[in-house]
Write a protein that binds this ligand. Structure first.
Ligand code: ACM
Length: 538
C-alpha cells in the first residue's frame, strides 16, 4: 500500500475511533454510533425471557422515577433482555451487546451478569436525572459490544479501623455496580476492631468491636492525640447475609478478609489465649503495626481459626476467602520460649517459615470446604519491609506456599511479582503507590489512579494471564467519618473501574475526564461527598 494512502487510512481510523464514543465509564470495547434513536415512554414494554426476570425488575425499578413500565415474556418492540448461551465464546462471562435502534433496545449476553452490565451501560446513556424528561427518554442509536479486560475488579473497605455500617456499604455497592466492579473485598478484622459476629466466640464482638478511643492528628502514626470518644460497631450474621444478597443482586461477590496471624489484636484482646504474649485486654486505640500475633503453634488457636472460618464460609458464597497475612511483627514469636521450642522440635528455621507452614494449613482447611485462599504478598515468605531488618530471612525460607493461593500484590517490585508468577501463583495487583485510597489526592491524583496498569511493567508476557486483575483499597485509620471515606473513594473509584475493565488501547484520560462530569452530577444528586480537588496541586 502506498504510504500516503496508509497514512490517510490511519488518520481516518483514529478520527472515527474518536467519534465512536459514548458517555459510558468504563469505556466499552466496541462502539458504533447509529443515526436513529429510541424513545422510552410510558407505553414501552420490557420484554424479558424467564431467566432474565430479575434483571427486568432491576431495569423497571431503575426507570420507575420516570415511567412505570410493564414486563412481558415476549412481544415485538421494547427493551428486550435476552440470554443467549451461544454468545459465550465472543462475550465471555461478563460481556454483553447493547443495540439501540428506532424499534427497540436489545441487550443480549451469555449470562445474567452480562445482561446486568448491559443495563448499567444503558443507565449511563440516559440523562442523569430521568425525572426531568417530559414525555420520553430519548436514547441515541448505538451498537456496543463489550467485555472486560480482567475478571477481578475490586474495591476494598476497611471497616476495622473505622466502622461505616450497612447503609454506607450498600451505597458503595450501588456505585460499584454502575461501574461494573465485581468484587467487594471486605476487611472485617484487624487490630483496631473485630466487626463480624461469630456465634461460637461471642467475645470477639462483645470485647473486640469496641475501643475506648482512637488515634487522630496530623502527624498520623507518630501522633499522641486522641479523638476523645469511643468507637464501636459490628455486623450481625443476619446483616452480613443481607449485604451479601444485596451485592449478589448487583453481580458483586463479597470476599471477606479475616486477618491472620498478625493484625489480630482485637481478637487477642477478646480471648487472651489466642496470642503469643497473652497480655492484651483491650483493643488498642493507636493504629499501626502491633506486636502480638496468634500463637499458631497452639492446636486450640488453630481450632479457633477453623471455627471462625467455618462460620465465615457459611455466610459468604465467595470462592475466594482472604486471610490477610500481611505485616507480621515476628518479635512475639521470636521472644516466646514455647514457640521457639516448637520451631526447634519441628525443624522450622525462621519465623516466615512458621508463617508459611501455618498459612498452608489454613489453605488446606479452606480448600477442604471447596474454597480458595488469598493473602497479601507476605504469605510467600519474602520480606517486603526491608526497613524492619527482616530481609535476612529471605535466603533462609525453606517452605513453599500452597500452590492454589492467590497472591495479593500490594508492595514490592516487578522482580517479586515475577517470582510469584514463576512459581505459578495467580495475582491480584493492588500496588500501594497507585491503588491505596487512603493516600491523598496529591500523591495519587485521579490521573495517576487512571494510569495504573494491573500488569506490572516488565512482567514477561507469558505470565500476564496469571494476573486476575486489580483492587483499590480504602484503609480507614485516618478517615473517621463516612464523608471522609467518600471523599477518598470518589471519584477515584471510577478510574479504577476503567483500569480493570477497559483494554489498554481504549483508555484515554482526556476522554475519561470529560465523561466523568456525568458521574459527578449523579453523585451530587445522591449526596455522595466526592473530592472536588482530585487533580494534583501544582
Ligand atoms: C497492607 O497494606 N498492609 C496490605
Amino acid at each position: 500500500m502506498n504510504k500516503v494512502v496508509l497514512f490517510l487510512l490511519v488518520v481516518f481510523a483514529i478520527g472515527s475511533a474518536k467519534a465512536q464514543e459514548v458517555n459510558i465509564i468504563p469505556a466499552p470495547l466496541k462502539v458504533t454510533n447509529g443515526t436513529l434513536q429510541f424513545r422510552i415512554d410510558s407505553k414501552t414494554k420490557i420484554i424479558a425471557d424467564a431467566t432474565s426476570r430479575k434483571n427486568a425488575e432491576f431495569l423497571k425499578k431503575m426507570l420507575s422515577p420516570a415511567f412505570d413500565l410493564k414486563i412481558k415474556k415476549n412481544g415485538g418492540a421494547g427493551i428486550i433482555l435476552k440470554q443467549d448461551n451461544s454468545l459465550k465464546k465472543e462475550l465471555g462471562n461478563e460481556g454483553y451487546q447493547l443495540k439501540v435502534s428506532e424499534k427497540s433496545i436489545n441487550i443480549c449476553a451469555a449470562t445474567q451478569t452480562g445482561i446486568f452490565y448491559g443495563i448499567q451501560s444503558l443507565r449511563q446513556l440516559m440523562p442523569v436525572d430521568i425525572t426531568l424528561c417530559a414525555e420520553a427518554l430519548v436514547i441515541k442509536g448505538v451498537d456496543i459490544t463489550d467485555s472486560p479486560r480482567f475478571p477481578w475488579r475490586a474495591y476494598m473497605l476497611d471497616e476495622s479501623r473505622h466502622f461505616q455500617g450497612e447503609a454506607f456499604v450498600k451505597k458503595v455497592l450501588d456505585e460499584m455496580a454502575l461501574l461494573k466492579m465485581n468484587v467487594f473485598h471486605w476487611h472485617l478484622t484487624d487490630d483496631a476492631g473485630w466487626r463480624i459476629e461469630i456465634k461460637k466466640y461471642p467475645k470477639l464482638t462483645e470485647v473486640g468491636s469496641y475501643r475506648k478511643d482512637s488515634q487522630v492528628g496530623a502527624k498520623k502514626w507518630k501522633s499522641e492525640e486522641l479523638a476523645g470518644m469511643p468507637h464501636q460497631g459490628f455486623y450481625t450474621q443476619k446483616q452480613i447475609k443481607d449485604i451479601v444478597a444485596y451485592a449478589a443482586e448487583r453481580h458483586i461477590t463479597v470476599v471477606p478478609e479475616i486477618e491472620m496471624p498478625g493484625h489480630s489484636s482485637a481478637a487477642i484482646a477478646s480471648y487472651q489465649w489466642l496470642g503469643s504474649d497473652k497480655v492484651l485486654t483491650e483493643v488498642p486505640v493507636k493504629f499501626g503495626k502491633k506486636r502480638d500475633n496468634y500463637d499458631v503453634t497452639d492446636d486450640k488457636v488453630i481450632e479457633f481459626l477453623h471455627d471462625v472460618l467455618s462460620e465465615v464460609i457459611e455466610l459468604f458464597p465467595s470462592k475466594v476467602i482472604h486471610i490477610g497475612g500481611d505485616e507480621i511483627n515476628y518479635d512475639s514469636w521470636r521472644e516466646s520460649e514455647k514457640i521457639q521450642q516448637y520451631m526447634k522440635d519441628h525443624g522450622i528455621v525462621s519465623p516466615p517459615d512458621l508463617q508459611i507452614q501455618f498459612t498452608n494449613g489454613i489453605s488446606k482447611f479452606i480448600e477442604s470446604k471447596g474454597r480458595r485462599m488469598m493473602g497479601w504478598n507476605e504469605i510467600m515468605g519474602i520480606d517486603i519491609h526491608t526497613e524492619r531488618g527482616e530481609k535476612k530471612y529471605d535466603d533462609e525460607v525453606k517452605t513453599e506456599l500452597a500452590k492454589d493461593a492467590i497472591v495479593h500484590f500490594w508492595k514490592g517490585d516487578v522482580g517479586l511479582a515475577t517470582q510469584a508468577a514463576e512459581r505459578g501463583y495467580n495475582i491480584v495487583n493492588s500496588y500501594h503507590r497507585f491503588t491505596y485510597l487512603d493516600y491523598n489526592y496529591n500523591s495519587i491524583p485521579l490521573s495517576k489512579a487512571y494510569s495504573f496498569d494491573p500488569i506490572p511493567e516488565g512482567l514477561a508476557e507469558k505470565y500476564h494471564k496469571q494476573v486476575y486483575g486489580c483492587g483499590c483499597q480504602m484503609w480507614t485509620e485516618w478517615q473517621p467519618e463516612n464523608d471522609d471515606v467518600e471523599r477518598q473513594t470518589f471519584p477515584r473509584l471510577a478510574a479504577y473501574a476503567e483500569v480493570g475493565w477497559t483494554d489498554k488501547e481504549r483508555k484515554d484520560y482526556v476522554t475519561f475526564r470529560r465523561k466523568l462530569d456525568n458521574l459527578l452530577r449523579r453523585w451530587e444528586m445522591k449526596d455522595i461527598n466526592y473530592s472536588k480537588n482530585f487533580e494534583k496541586k501544582q
